[in-house]
Design a protein around this ligand. Structure first.
Ligand SMILES: Nc1ncnc2c1ncn2[C@@H]1O[C@H](COP(=O)(O)OP(=O)(O)OP(=O)(O)O)[C@@H](O)[C@H]1O
Length: 249
């Protein structure tokens, strides 16, 4: 039960308006955690802060991991699929840690990229343009890229939103396999059924922490009502506390 990533009184703000507020706790090495909560609860912001893409306004994210040790799947809305790139090249980006952004790609990596495509059920799709794929097929490509990247910590932002049930099942199988391999997986999810069925740990967030621990305990109806009430009460224009106003750690 080794803590891998520790959050210490973490506050992350945009233009001084906090999106994540005074969150403390730890992700244990090898854990499989869902981050759940209402819209605008700070879930995506928290993932970005964990990776170091956003700096805390207050508090800390503590870990000894480099940026390349994180595999990250952004929300679909953040990805522009009009970029003229093939499926196989998109998957190959998962190998950049080994090749460098403009390095020569070893034949073994090309072979692994093909195997990753097969593993997500897209054998033979390599030459297709990503813009020609369905939402579910594209999500499979992004999972193939994560497979190739082979990261120890995998952060997924709404990986199953707007994709079909069959694809969701297949991709959950991959997440479960990652967990079985001892990787640490953290996924932002909206579907509470999926959270309860497949994620042993849950962080329930409403900008502030509502609960963090075993899913059955955290996803109680009392906590879900509390999260909704906290989100509705939240003042979008509130400023981040000045450090001297922050509660003692
Ligand atoms: N780049 C940004 N600039 C300014 N404010 C932002 C930015 N990104 C997010 N926010 C604000 O921060 C708050 C938390 O947003 P975030 O996207 O982290 O929430 P979320 O829980 O992931 O939401 P959803 O479930 O709707 O995706 C929201 O009020 C949002 O408007």
């Amino acid at each position: 039960m080794t803590p891998l990533i520790r959050l210490e009184n973490l506050t992350v703000a945009y233009n001084r308006h906090p999106a994540v507020h005074h969150v403390s706790g730890a992700f244990v090495s090898g854990s499989l955690t869902a981050i759940a909560g209402p819209n605008g609860a700070g879930k995506s912001t928290l993932l970005k802060a964990i990776m170091g893409e956003l700096r805390p306004a207050e508090g800390r994210v503590e870990h000894r991991l480099g940026r390349t040790e994180f595999g990250y799947l952004p929300q679909a809305a953040e990805i522009d699929r009009r970029f003229p790139i093939s499926v196989i090249d998109t998957v190959m980006f998962g190998a950049w840690k080994k090749t460098g952004a403009f390095g020569r790609i070893a034949p073994a990596e090309v072979k692994r990229a093909g195997e990753a495509l097969s593993a997500v059920g897209l054998e033979g799709f390599g030459r297709r343009h990503v813009g020609s794929l369905s939402a579910g097929q594209f999500q499979r490509v992004l999972f193939a890229r994560l497979l190739l990247q082979d990261a120890g910590i995998i952060l997924l932002d709404e990986p199953f939103t707007a994709i079909d049930a069959r694809t969701t099942r297949d991709l959950i199988d991959i997440v479960t396999r990652w967990h079985g391999e001892g990787r640490t997986v953290i996924a932002v999810l909206h579907d509470f059924e999926l959270v309860r069925a497949h994620f042993p740990q849950t962080m329930l967030l409403a900008r502030e922490l509502v609960g963090w621990g075993a899913t059955a305990d955290v996803m109680s109806s009392v906590n879900l009502l509390k999260a909704r009430a906290m989100a509705e009460r939240w003042d979008e224009d509130a400023n981040a506390c000045a450090p001297e106003e922050a509660p003692a750690a």
